[in-house]
Every structure is written in structure tokens, then in C-alpha cells.
Design a protein around this ligand. Structure first.
Ligand SMILES: [Zn+2]
Length: 669
């Protein structure tokens, strides 16, 4: 059943050591600042931050379980509107129904951290949390604090809204990661037990429920459980959840009827990607995080089960997301109504949503697609979203977070106008719905698994991030070390050191933004071909081989497709994979009056501010304001004054206080 042909390449994170000057520092910030800070937040010990109650919920659930009072302390409030926090008072569940997942993602981030830094304090805290989580588990394996506290007899009655399978998936991901990082199997065994229980409840058999997660996540987690246990029932359950989604009779509709509630509209089902079977879905639709978590699992299952139909659906949805519904920063899901995709080319910069989690989910999807076939476009999107739409979600010091990632902010507008109120003008200490902060911690801590992948015949570098990797290729241990100063310059050195001479293919992605490059192998010019965006070197490698690659990295002025209304008449600036923006701190107020020639030239300046950046300087224009007591008047000539413009990397915006920011600038000529 397992597909050997499609099973292309796999990363082995335990054998990747990130050394990169740009990312290593961020990973250290996650270890030393973000994870301890998040622990305080999850325990509600940060003054002025939104409350979490996530640890407290587990404590209450564990206590009820210990005292045998589960089901006897029914608070009677298991009905939610899905995306609203509940507060059932003293001793009751507080927060969102998916609050457990914040703990899970935080645990998972610790697990990844432990693979590159044996931090005994973090491990000790994680072990204690695992004991607490396991103490809340029920005899049959069930583990969801919302229902354990508020009414266990109601479990599985509202898959559409109440996130049980989502929380299960996140805790399962944490369990697998923690086991792989530490060899400790307490949480893995607990979650395996829960998975077995879920497998006994859901499936094609007549006596089982024919449901699936209201928020996709369990699917991709079950694939991880399959990967670590090799027990096919877990892969089959993931596949079942994927294939059952959107089938008639629609499970969510039937479930609503059973609860005596109004049946969902087609839009409501589409929000959950459950309006039709996934293989028939033409376009990315609905809640963006749900969608990309689903597509990630679809790609996993397509690869492992040799499912061409599912793979075609993944490619179709990939193209729809990345060619018609993605911001230049890699952010997706443009509407705050439903945190959702809307329609093709609808990418407003100010009323944007662009949830950090959705960007992270797109990175998951890209990684899975790269695992199937190393194609340049997957790597291009992966690096775009990593350096821009994901990184913008966290402050440089690791203690403030964006949930929504705007590409244009005028603070007074956001404060005055309810239509923009979802867009925060400054990163927040925490959120009542705090899905994003632990998500950014776990992907940063796990960066090593995104850089490269290998199989028995090949090694691919998808991102030229500094790292030492080890792989076994054709039975020979091979070390691959990448060094450079990405994303600030394009000179990359790759040292390839096999234990004994061995023939294989080494591939490195040439980014689509790069117009020209030169390559040398052991000091001699290399004339190698590009294949799907990868430079491929097929040869016998021996100890001490060195590939030097020089990517031309010019500052580029970019325009959007004419169909993107929001960017019409505007341009923006990129250098390498980094998207730039203008901030008030550098360029004054009223950024909307600034304009730029499309052939402007830039000075690149290495600066120590904002954690060390390349700032870009150029000359642009500021339109002279015409203000009098007439709201409207006959059109007259426009005057411009030349002005110096300073662009900084978009990810680094809002680290110097509140102010205006824009990614897109008026095009002067
Ligand atoms: Zn989120």
C-alpha cells in the first residue's frame, strides 16, 4: 500500500543543525524568551494580557477525573457558537473550546527545541505538563477538558463547532514530537490510546459515526502517528476523515438536525470545507487555517497511499491559493468575516485578515508538496511565507504577537472605524484566542525540518539556510553543510562530505526571484541544468567537495496582476525573498501621499537596528497636500516634492511603536 515512487524525500530533523545567522537567533529567542513567556501566559500570570485559562482547565479536569466526578459536575454548557469564548464560572471551563490546543502547541514547540538544545528547565516543565494532561485522561482514552468539565455525556455531539478532534490532533502532534525528541512515551501512549478510541468511534463501518473534524487537524496528526508507529489503521483513519468530508448526507447537517438546530447553509458548510467532497473542490474556500491544514493532510495521504486523485486535488488547490488568493507576503485568508478566503484576487491591504496561523499552515502545505516533488514553486512559496507573512506575526524580542497581519496600517483609522478594528496596530501581549503565538513558536523551533530533504538517491536543499545536515544516501552517510548570509546576500557555499565516495543527485533550489546565478564545483565553473527550479548536480561525490553558488540579488520593484484591485497603480519592493515596507518612523506620516518611480534605484544599507537588517534607500516623491474648506473642487495640477524614502523588511515593522505602515506605494511613473 505504501507508495515507493511518490515517496520522494523526507526531512530528518534530528539530523539537521541550524547554524544560520538569521534563523538561529530567532530559534534561540523561542527557547529562551517565547516559550517561558507563553508558559506564563498559559498560566494567566502576565499582567494586562488576555486570559488563557488553558492550564487551569487541565487542572480542573484532572481533579474531576481523580475524584471520579466527571459527568457528575455537569455545568450544562456544552453548547457554543464555535468561535466564542465560554466562561462557566468557578470550577467550570473557561476560554475557547479549543483552549487545550494552546498547551499542545506549546509542548510541541518545546519538543522541537529539545532536538537542538537540551534545555533541562523546559523539559522539566514539559514533563510536569504531560503528567497533568495525562491525569485528565478518561478510562476510554477520551481527553478534552471542555467536555470533561462541562458535560461528558455531550461529547461527540457537535463536531462542527466544538473542536474535539482538533484538540486531539494538536495533542497528538505534541506527543509524537516529544517522543521523537526525548524518547519519552508517556504522552505518546496516552494519545495512542485516545487515537484508538477515536478509531473505534469513527469510520466507514455501519455501527460507527461517519463524522470528521469541524476544524481539520486530526488528519495530519494521525499521519504523524502512522509515521512513528507504522500502524496502518491511523493512516486509514486520516484518509477516512479526508474522504468523508462533504459527502452526502452531510454529517454536519445531520448533526444539527439531531441537536434540533437550524441546518447549516451551504456557506456555513463551505467555511468548514464540507460543502462537497474534497476531491471535487476547485478552489480554496472557507476558514483559511482549516483549509490549509486539510490540504496538508491531503498531500500527506496522497503521497503515502499513491492516490493520484487526491494529489490532483492538492495541486489544483495549491495553484488556486498561491496564484489567486495569496498576498505578496505569503499571508492568506483575506477576510475577517470567517477568517476566510473570499474570491480570486481579493487582497485588501488595510481590511486584510492574513492570520499568522494560516501563513503557518501554508508553510505546512508547501513542505508536504516539496516532500512529494521538489518543485521550485513550492520552495518559493515556503520561503516567501517564512521570511514575511509568518515572521511578521512576532516581535523581534519574542513577546508580542500579531494575529492579523496587515499590509497597510493608518492607526487612527483602525481605532475609529469598526470595519478595521480586527487589525491591531501593535502586536499584542496575548489573545483570548491564542492560536497564533504557540504556532509561531513551534514552526520556528522546527525550522530544521523545512530546509532540506533526502532519499536514497538524492539530497535537496530547499532553502539555503545555514545548516549542517546528515543523511544516508545509497547506504553512505553524507554530511551537507550550507553556509551563507541569506536572506541578505546570495553567496552560498555547500560542502558535501560523504564517508566514502558515492554517486547521487544533489539539488539546490534557485529562487524564482533570481534572474541569474553562477555556480562552481570544486573551483570550476559548473554548467548544470535547472530542473523544475532546482540546480541538479549528478555525480560521484567525495569528501571535501564544495559547491559555490552566487545568486544575483537585486532590489526589485514589483507590481501586482491587474486583477488585484487593491494594488492597482501601486508598486512594492523586494530584495531576495524579503518584502519591504515603509514605516512612519522613517518616512513621516501620510504614507499614502508617497510615490515611487518603477525604475527607481536603491542603496542597500546594512544596519544594526531592528535586529540587523538591510535597509533600502531611494528617492521618491511626496504629493503636496491640497487642503482648503472645499471638500470637492475642479481638478488641478498635482505637485510633488522629492523625498528620501527608507524601506525596511516587512517582518520587522512595528518594533518601534505605533505608526503608519504600507507595503504598497503609489507608482509615480
Ligand atoms: Zn492563529
Amino acid at each position: 500500500m505504501i507508495n515507493k515512487e511518490l515517496f520522494s524525500t523526507e526531512p530528518d530533523t534530528s539530523k539537521v543543525r541550524v547554524t544560520d545567522s538569521f534563523w538561529k537567533n530567532r530559534m534561540e529567542i523561542v527557547r529562551t524568551k517565547v516559550l517561558p513567556y507563553e508558559w506564563e501566559a498559559l498560566n494567566d500570570r502576565i499582567e494586562g494580557a488576555s486570559t488563557s485559562h488553558a492550564v487551569e482547565n487541565f487542572k480542573i479536569a484532572a481533579e474531576l477525573t481523580k475524584k471520579g466526578l466527571v459527568g457528575k459536575n455537569d455545568k450544562g454548557t456544552t453548547k457554543t457558537e464555535g468561535a466564542q469564548a465560554v466562561d462557566t464560572g468557578e470550577g467550570g471551563f473557561k476560554g475557547f473550546v479549543f483552549q487545550d490546543s494552546d498547551i499542545a502547541k506549546w509542548l510541541e514547540a518545546i519538543a522541537y527545541t529539545l532536538t537542538w538544545h537540551k534545555d533541562s528547565d523546559l523539559e522539566k516543565t514539559a514533563d510536569e505538563v504531560i503528567d497533568l494532561v495525562c491525569a485528565a485522561q478518561q478510562e476510554d482514552g477520551y481527553l478534552d477538558t471542555f467536555y470533561i468539565i462541562n458535560g461528558i455525556d455531550k461529547k461527540w455531539t457537535d463536531l462542527k463547532n466544538n473542536h474535539e478532534l482538533y484538540c486531539f490532533g494538536h495533542m497528538l502532534e505534541a506527543a509524537v514530537a516529544y517522543y521523537q525528541a526525548t524518547g519519552k512515551d508517556k504522552l505518546l501512549n496516552a494519545m495512542k490510546k485516545y487515537a484508538d478510541y477515536i478509531d473505534s468511534m469513527f469510520g466507514p463501518e455501519a455501527e460507527k459515526r461517519h463524522g470528521y473534524p469541524g476544524h481539520e487537524e486530526a488528519e495530519l496528526a494521525l499521519v504523524k502517528l502512522y509515521n512513528v508507529t507504522k500502524e496502518e489503521k491511523y493512516l486509514n483513519l486520516a484518509k477516512y476523515f479526508i474522504d468523508e468530508r462533504g459527502k452526502e448526507p452531510n454529517y454536519f447537517t445531520e448533526e444539527c438536525k439531531e441537536r434540533g438546530e437550524k441546518i447549516p447553509t451551504i456557506e456555513d458548510l463551505a467555511y468548514h470545507q464540507a460543502h462537497k467532497p474534497v476531491r471535487e473542490q476547485e478552489a480554496a474556500i472557507g476558514h483559511a487555517v482549516r483549509a490549509v491544514y486539510l490540504y496538508t493532510a491531503m498531500a500527506d495521504v496522497a503521497k503515502l497511499t499513491e492516490d493520484k486523485g487526491l494529489m490532483d486535488a492538492c495541486e489544483r488547490l495549491w495553484k488556486d491559493v498561491t496564484r489567486r488568493q495569496m498576498y505578496i507576503t505569503g499571508s492568506i485568508g483575506s477576510s475577517h468575516l470567517g477568517e476566510a478566503f473570499t474570491f480570486d484576487y481579493d487582497l485588501p491591504n488595510d481590511a486584510v485578515y492574513g492570520e499568522t496561523c494560516a501563513a503557518i499552515g501554508l508553510a505546512f502545505f508547501a513542505k508536504r508538496m516539496l516532500g512529494i516533488a521538489p518543485k521550485g514553486e513550492y520552495g518559493d512559496v515556503l520561503e516567501k511565507v517564512l521570511y514575511n507573512g509568518i515572521l511578521s506575526g512576532i516581535s523581534l524580542d519574542g513577546t508580542r504577537f500579531f494575529y492579523v497581519n496587515p499590509l497597510e496600517v493608518v492607526p487612527y483609522k483602525n481605532h475609529m472605524d469598526a470595519r478595521f478594528r480586527h487589525v491591531k496596530t501593535e502586536r499584542q501581549k496575548w489573545f483570548g484566542c491564542a492560536c497564533c503565538p504557540p504556532n509561531i513558536a513551534r514552526i520556528t523551533a522546527d525550522l530544521g525540518s523545512y530546509i532540506s530533504s533526502s532519499n536514497d538517491k538524492a539530497f535537496y536543499t530547499h532553502l539555503p539556510i545555514g545548516a549542517d545536515s546528515e543523511a544516508t544516501i545509497a547506504g553512505v552517510k553524507v554530511e551537507v553543510s550550507v553556509t551563507g548570509n541569506y536572506p541578505w546576500d546570495g553567496d552560498i557555499e555547500v560542502k558535501i562530505n560523504p564517508e566514502t565516495p558515492v554517486s547521487f543527485t544533489y539539488g539546490i533550489r534557485i529562487p524564482s526571484w533570481c534572474d541569474s546565478f553562477t555556480a562552481e564545483f570544486n573551483g570550476e565553473k559548473l554548467n548544470a541544468s535547472l530542473n523544475d527550479g532546482y540546480l541538479l548536480v549528478n555525480r560521484e561525490f567525495k569528501k571535501g567537495d564544495v559547491l559555490k553558488l552566487s545568486l544575483s540579488m537585486e532590489t526589485k520593484i514589483i507590481e501586482a496582476d491587474s486583477r488585484v484591485h487593491a494594488d492597482h497603480g501601486k508598486i512594492t519592493v523586494m530584495r531576495g525573498p524579503v518584502v519591504y515596507c515603509l514605516e512612519e518612523a522613517d518616512n513621516g506620516r501620510d504614507l499614502y501621499l508617497l510615490s515611487l518611480d518603477a525604475d527607481a534605484s536603491f542603496k542597500v544599507s546594512k544596519e544594526t537596528e531592528l535586529g540587523g537588517i538591510n535597509a533600502l534607500y531611494t528617492t521618491g516623491y511626496r504629493e503636496v497636500k491640497k487642503e482648503d474648506d472645499r471638500l470637492y473642487r475642479p481638478a488641478g495640477a498635482i505637485e510633488f516634492e522629492k523625498t528620501k524614502l527608507k524601506f525596511i523588511p516587512y517582518y520587522a515593522w512595528n518594533n518601534r511603536g505605533e505608526g503608519e505602515m504600507t507595503v504598497w506605494v503609489q507608482r509615480k511613473s
